[in-house]
Write a protein that binds this ligand. Structure first.
Ligand code: AGP
Length: 372
């Protein structure tokens, strides 16, 4: 009913708008006054976390994209090697697991069969499994050794939005916590990131306030057949997520690429007026990547692409090459996906509406996939 949707036309719009609260709720009570993390609810002893020599993330769809992003954070902050695998592929290739392997199973519903089978396989091999889940008491956390709940609240729309952002928050908390218990040399950086995380809800709020031009742009592209998405570093999984959203909601051909791969093939797809969304890394921090992606934008634009550029406020280098410029607040490099994903959600939702599609219940899809 309209009341359930809180005055929005679709649950998806309501859930996009709820993201600042979902993010804040997922952080709530997990950072103490001194800026340290307290994740007592994990149920996995610190001694076990200290011993872990490998992290493996398993998940499907949007949750898998959260896992791909988590890898950058986990490896950077903990120096523990991290693999990310589609849950549906994982157990069929005889993965190498032991009691010092920490498996993180990410699932909004907690009922995804592929993810459940992957975690069962991991536990049979002696690995410890930690669930990141949004649904209290669901099967995946029940069958795991420990759980860190995301507090997004119920997500009704089939296309995941607020659950994704809170999955990022949760896996980042986990990564930082792993760093904390292991006493990595990133101590000061970890404390700084915890502070930045506490501010991210406000950044998401600011993005939401500036989405009208994105909706307008989406409507103008309603009769296109294909949209490509490019990103690099943590922006690469964001590109994959932007493409998945467009497939699910707008039923358009959409593909995400690592920008560095462009010249290894995908650039052949570029033709006159093809919309290409580019997620631009921060010009601060890893600025080498920023410069490389700016030349990618130049290359595709020279071949006729219509460039839709998502870039930090204050990033002036992209301006001459952006047919459409979507601004996001400047965040630390690893936190950028929490703000850069939001315009892509709005973009896909508006395109779906413009094409007359059912936003909350896209054709052929179920909210949770409980068969293999
Ligand atoms: C997200 O928009 C999709 N509906 C889908 O990819 C989903 O993320 C995937 O099926 C995993 O679901 P889960 O998080 O409930 O395990």
């Amino acid at each position: 009913s309209a009341a359930e949707k809180g005055g929005y036309d679709y649950f998806m719009l309501k859930e996009i708008a709820e993201q600042p609260k979902a993010v804040a709720d997922t952080l709530l009570g997990r950072i103490d006054a001194g800026g340290s993390l307290t994740l007592d609810e994990l149920r996995i002893p610190d001694a076990v976390l200290r011993e872990a020599h490998k992290v493996v993330v398993v998940a499907c769809g949007t949750a898998f994209h959260a896992g791909l992003i988590a890898k950058y954070a986990i490896e950077h902050w903990t120096r523990i090697p991290c693999e990310v695998e589609l849950a549906s592929e994982f157990r069929y290739r005889d993965p190498i697991l032991d009691h010092r392997t920490l498996v993180i199973a990410i699932s909004q519903s907690g009922e995804t069969m592929d993810t459940l089978m992957a975690l069962r396989h991991a536990r049979e091999q002696g690995a410890r499994v930690l669930a990141v889940c949004n649904t209290n008491g669901s099967t995946i956390p029940r069958e795991s050794d420990g759980v860190l709940y995301t507090h997004a609240g119920p997500e009704v729309a089939v296309a995941s939005t607020k659950a994704f952002l809170t999955q990022l928050v949760a896996v980042y908390l986990l990564a930082l916590y792993l760093g904390q218990v292991r006493g990595t040399k990133w101590g000061d950086e970890i404390r700084a990131v915890v502070k930045d995380l506490a501010r991210i809800a406000e950044d998401v709020e600011r993005v939401l306030e500036t989405m009208e031009p994105v909706r307008e742009l989406a409507r103008s592209l309603a009769d296109k057949d294909t949209v490509l998405f490019l990103g690099r570093h943590v922006g690469y999984p964001v590109a994959l997520e932007g493409a998945l959203k467009l497939k699910e909601l707008a039923y358009m051909h959409a593909e995400g690429f690592a920008a560095g791969e462009l010249k290894h093939g995908p650039i052949a797809l570029i033709e006159q007026d093809l919309p290409v969304v580019v997620v631009v890394p921060s010009p601060r921090g890893r600025s080498v990547l920023h410069d490389k992606i700016v030349s990618n934008i130049q290359e595709i634009r020279a071949r006729g692409a219509r460039t839709i550029v998502i870039a930090e406020e204050g990033d002036e280098a992209v301006v001459p090459y952006a047919d459409h410029l979507i601004r996001i607040p400047a965040t630390p490099v690893l936190l950028q996906p929490m703000v850069s994903t939001v315009p892509l959600q709005v973009f896909a939702c508006e395109l779906a509406t413009a094409r007359g599609n059912e936003v909350d219940q896209p054709r052929n899809l179920a909210k949770s996939v409980t068969v293999e």
